[in-house]
Design a protein around this ligand. Structure first.
Ligand code: PMT
Length: 401
């Protein structure tokens, strides 16, 4: 049942648009509220009047409609939905989604959406098989866009092949699945480290780095969203504690290690914190003063390695230990060596060179290194990195890897 759930259905141009009328009926039968956006091409195949009658709602077609903008606004269209469904998803609209275009209402709504998106591609078999379309499909999948179909069979163009839009009931099933809460990590415990550490020099000064905590906090949020009992051990950040996550605030690497070990056993540990490798050997009790003899000499001592320590635990080693590798050169090769040295299962290598914006920015480009090889992820938001990692962790803990 979809009682009370709100679906925003985007209908793009293609002969399969006639099936979207049946889809609307099936969704309405199950109690879903369906609001529709049509592209100009879609209106060549089915009339906005039929769509409005079946959805029992206004149909939105025009990006520049003053009436629509004052009544609803294109941003609110997706924000007020639980799920955005594109059916049929034409090659053209998928291309525009992948390119991040906003040249009509449908594309703009998709670009401005923070909701899960499900596409039901429909097109000629050659168009579907074309490398450009397949590259777009891969880009969308990497961003977390879900897909149902296309099926193989007779196509409207008279050819036979893959490109038939999934049947309305298959799309309804995919919608029900997309809207069902994903609790694959329920009953599992996760430990995440995030943010920088601060290593005191004296009561007012410290050594630290530029980590904002965005990546680590997003990972804790994604694991908690899948139902994991999640502990986040974090250095000082401006990031809000994600819902359902237990925060343990620390300052130094030594405190981070104590907090991490105190929360074992866990099923998975993800070490995203930028831990200072060194601390000042002797922290001054009082504020260091200029004494006319030149600057003080700070002698450094090596900090404990939290990732390596957890990976080496004998009786309560987390089943899956995931580290990060912040590199400025030979990113993958250095990460491979680091994975072996620290004894973790996976390491997520990211380039933190000046100009990448990885430290403090909103996006990241990851190379996941494990014992079998390297998986290159495209550039994506830190939330998308977190969601993809959480998905991989859920699969690994359920034995799919
Ligand atoms: O916080 P953001 O602004 O969002 O930036 C994200 C990030 C760049 C900090 C993050 O993506 C990242 O790369 N985190 C790891 C940073 C780091 O310390 O990398 P490293 O290559 O120096 O360390 C390798 C691994 O060992 C890391 O998992 C680190 O947490 C861990 N480590 C390092 C030193 C130490 N003493 N103890 C550790 O556990």
């Amino acid at each position: 049942m979809l009682q009370g759930r709100r679906v925003l259905l985007i209908i793009s141009g293609g002969i399969a648009a006639y099936k979207s009328l049946e889809l609307i009926r099936r969704l309405r039968d199950r109690g879903a509220a369906v609001r529709c956006v049509m592209t100009a091409a879609a209106a060549q195949f089915v009339t906005p009047l039929s769509v409005a009658a079946l959805s029992e709602d206004k149909v939105y077609t025009d990006l520049f409609s003053l009436t629509d903008e004052s009544e609803m606004g294109h941003i609110r269209l997706s924000r007020e939905a639980d799920l955005v469904v594109v059916a049929p998803a034409s090659a053209d609209l998928m291309g525009r989604m992948a390119a991040g275009m906003a040249d009509d209402l449908a594309a703009t709504v998709l670009l401005a959406s923070d909701k899960p998106v499900l596409i039901a591609p429909a097109m000629n078999a050659m168009m579907w098989a074309h490398p450009a379309t397949q590259a777009n499909v891969a880009t969308l999948a990497a961003r977390g866009v879900r897909q149902v179909g296309p099926n193989a069979g007779d196509l409207a163009c008279g050819e036979i092949g893959s490109g038939r839009m999934a049947e309305p009931l298959e799309i309804v099933a995919a919608i029900e699945q997309s809207l069902a809460p994903d609790r694959r990590l329920a009953g599992k415990r996760a430990l995440v480290t995030s943010g920088p550490t601060r290593e005191a020099i004296d009561p007012v000064r410290y050594l630290s780095n530029h980590s904002s905590g965005k990546q680590g906090h997003a990972i804790a949020a994604a694991l908690a969203a899948l139902g994991a009992d999640t502990i986040l051990v974090s250095g000082p950040t401006q990031e809000a504690t994600p819902p359902g996550v237990a925060l343990v605030a620390i300052e130094s690497a030594a405190e981070m290690l104590v907090a991490a070990e105190a929360h074992l056993p866990v099923d998975v540990a993800v070490m995203a914190a930028a831990v200072a490798d060194w601390r000042v050997e002797t922290v001054a009790d009082q504020k260091l003063k200029k004494n006319g003899k030149g600057p003080p000499l700070l002698r450094l001592a090596e900090n404990p390695d939290i990732l390596a320590t957890l990976a080496a635990r004998r009786n309560d080693r987390p089943r899956l230990v995931v580290g990060f590798a912040a590199e400025t050169e030979n990113v993958v090769a250095n990460a491979q060596a680091k994975r072996r040295r620290k004894g973790c299962d996976w390491i997520l290598a990211n380039d933190v060179s000046a100009g990448t914006g990885t430290f403090g920015g909103d996006s990241n480009t990851i190379h996941l290194v494990d014992a079998h090889g390297v998986e290159d992820w495209p550039a994506m938001t830190k939330q998308a990195v977190a969601a993809r990692l959480a998905d991989r962790i859920a699969a690994a803990l359920h034995g799919a890897e």
